[in-house]
Design a protein around this ligand. Structure first.
Ligand code: CA
Ligand code: CA
Length: 276
């Protein structure tokens, strides 16, 4: 069973250096990247500036072998079809760098917390602090069956078992109660943990989309205004994958290429998601 998903950069290609022909002739691009995301237990993650390559010219490709590991997300024992989102920012910075990345990160966190609060209050009537206290390690794990007749983890409908602590008078409820951490917040007794995981996932997808919209196109100037370094508009990556894929593998569909355009430049980044 996979415990985590790690976003990795496989390679970055400079299709067109930033600026016009004069800048391209006399200078090269010093490229870094930053990735924002959040895990299935409600923790936001920020890679900070990740060095890619300091001297890109047209056509240059920086390949990481093995791929460069950037951020790792806790899957909380989830084994179903998962969806995670990543906000990827490409940055060109040479001598000076400003606080644009820190401000972009704060925006991302604000969007995430706002979306999470809304999801939780509408669907579960709890707040983010309560949600995080319930999101214990592996809280989304399928619950093993206790009886011989139903031996095998998925002998009953997993969706009805997983984390549904309201079911009573059945083997599911016994199994569910047994996995609840003792001394847990008492609000936990009525919470569907699958819905809790869904709320964290939805808030993440919303935050990734909002940061892309907020800083798309000309609005990127707002971000550049904060920074000495140059930002490409943040690109959203949403990836759906089978979280039951064996650890050590990249699940089907959990890889791709994302493009960045801005400041007269054009780059592409090949990425994947490794489960562990
Ligand atoms: Ca150019
Ligand atoms: Ca050049």
């Amino acid at each position: 069973m996979a415990n985590s998903a790690t976003f990795r950069i496989r390679r970055v290609k400079c299709i067109d250096e930033m600026g016009g022909k004069w800048r391209e002739k006399f200078g090269n691009d010093e490229i870094k990247a930053a990735i924002f995301s959040a895990d299935l237990r409600g923790s936001t993650v920020n890679s900070g500036r990740v060095d890619i390559y300091p001297d890109f010219d047209d056509g240059d490709v920086k390949t990481f072998n093995p791929p460069k590991e950037v951020v790792t997300l806790d899957l909380a024992g989830y084994e179903g079809e998962a969806e995670l989102g990543f906000s990827v920012i490409l940055i060109e910075s040479q001598i000076r760098r400003g606080d644009g990345l820190e401000k972009a990160w704060q925006k991302f966190v604000d969007y995430y917390e706002e979306a999470l609060k809304k999801e939780l209050s509408q669907k579960l009537s709890i707040n983010p602090d309560q949600a995080r206290s319930l999101a214990t390690p592996k809280y989304l794990s399928p619950i093993p069956q206790l009886t011989g007749m139903n031996a095998g983890r998925f002998s009953l409908n997993p969706a009805s078992i997983r984390g549904n602590l309201r079911v009573t008078g059945s083997t599911e409820s016994i199994a569910a109660s047994d996995t609840e951490t003792s001394g847990e917040n008492s609000d936990g007794s009525g919470i569907n943990l699958q819905k809790l995981g869904d709320a964290f996932g939805s808030a993440l997808i919303t935050a990734v989309a909002l940061i892309a919209v907020r800083f798309a196109g000309s609005a990127i100037n707002a971000l550049i205004g904060w920074a000495q370094d140059k930002f490409f508009p943040p690109q959203p990556i949403n990836v759906k994958f089978d979280a039951s894929t064996s650890p050590g593998n990249v699940p089907d569909g959990a890889s791709g290429v994302v493009e960045f355009r801005g400041h007269g430049g054009h780059y592409e980044m090949e990425w994947d998601l490794l489960l562990r």
